[in-house]
Design a protein around this ligand. Structure first.
Ligand code: HEC
Ligand code: HEC
Length: 168
């Protein structure tokens, strides 16, 4: 209930700066909540919210959100060639691996800690990639997203956010 105010009744957030949680991998959501609680990931609101959650609360909420369908985006589809290239082929010159190798060909996420991106709010997506890029967000094990995002331009980040938001 406390979460729905920002993340939406069905895990589809109502404001662009709040991430949607619907359809997210439970292991990813659980890790993020633990990271907020231990201070690995910091955010004024989420740090204080996570401080009041037990391990069981986190596991229950992560399981619940993962049982919901990924958000469907209502925005009209745009052609996003730069993003399509980065997602499906990456860029050998910059040693950028294609996003799909980790996040899945439909942005559905994969394995333990790799989140689904499909239908995610573009504004949140841009903000969090920029936070990895400048090191403010540093809870990615092996620095995978920090290393990658440092090689992306702001224009590329914008396009990638649009691409994933309209994927569903
Ligand atoms: C007042 C608004 C607000 C409330 C209430 C709130 N959140 Fe959040 N939540 C946010 C914002 C903003 C972010 C993005 C923070 C950041 O950039 O680190 C976030 C991020 C998250 C993330 C990380 C998502 C991702 O894709 O990495 C999880 C998981 C999460 N919240 C779960 C919860 C749960 C569970 C509750 C209820 C116990 C809750 N939140 C309550 C605003 C809120
Ligand atoms: C080597 C595997 C790998 C590749 C390739 C990769 N990612 Fe990630 N990505 C991850 C992992 C792992 C996380 C979660 C890290 C954490 O716990 O913070 C993540 C997190 C993210 C997040 C944060 C999601 C959220 O809800 O907060 C975004 C956005 C993202 N990746 C976008 C991309 C884009 C765009 C590309 C391609 C340019 C890409 N990733 C390529 C592994 C990868």
């Amino acid at each position: 209930m406390q979460c729905a105010g920002c993340h939406g009744d069905n895990g589809v957030s109502s404001a662009p700066e709040f991430p949607s949680l619907a359809g997210q991998l439970a292991t990813y959501t659980y890790k993020q909540l633990q990271d907020y609680k231990t201070g690995q990931r910091t955010h004024t609101l989420m740090t204080s919210i996570a401080a009041g959650l037990s391990d069981q609360d986190m596991a229950d909420m992560a399981a619940w959100y993962s049982s919901l369908p990924l958000p469907k985006n209502k925005a009209g589809k745009k052609d996003l060639e730069i993003a399509e290239q980065l997602v499906s082929e990456g860029d050998g010159k910059r040693t950028l691996p294609p996003c799909y190798t980790c996040h899945g060909s439909d942005g559905e996420g994969e394995r333990m800690d790799i989140p689904a991106l499909a239908g995610q709010q573009a504004e949140y997506f841009v903000a969090t990639l920029k936070a990895y890029k400048n090191g403010e967000r540093h809870n990615d094990i092996y620095s995978r997203m920090r290393i990658l995002s440092q090689q992306l331009s702001d224009t590329e980040i914008q396009e990638l956010a649009q691409y994933y938001q309209q994927l569903q």
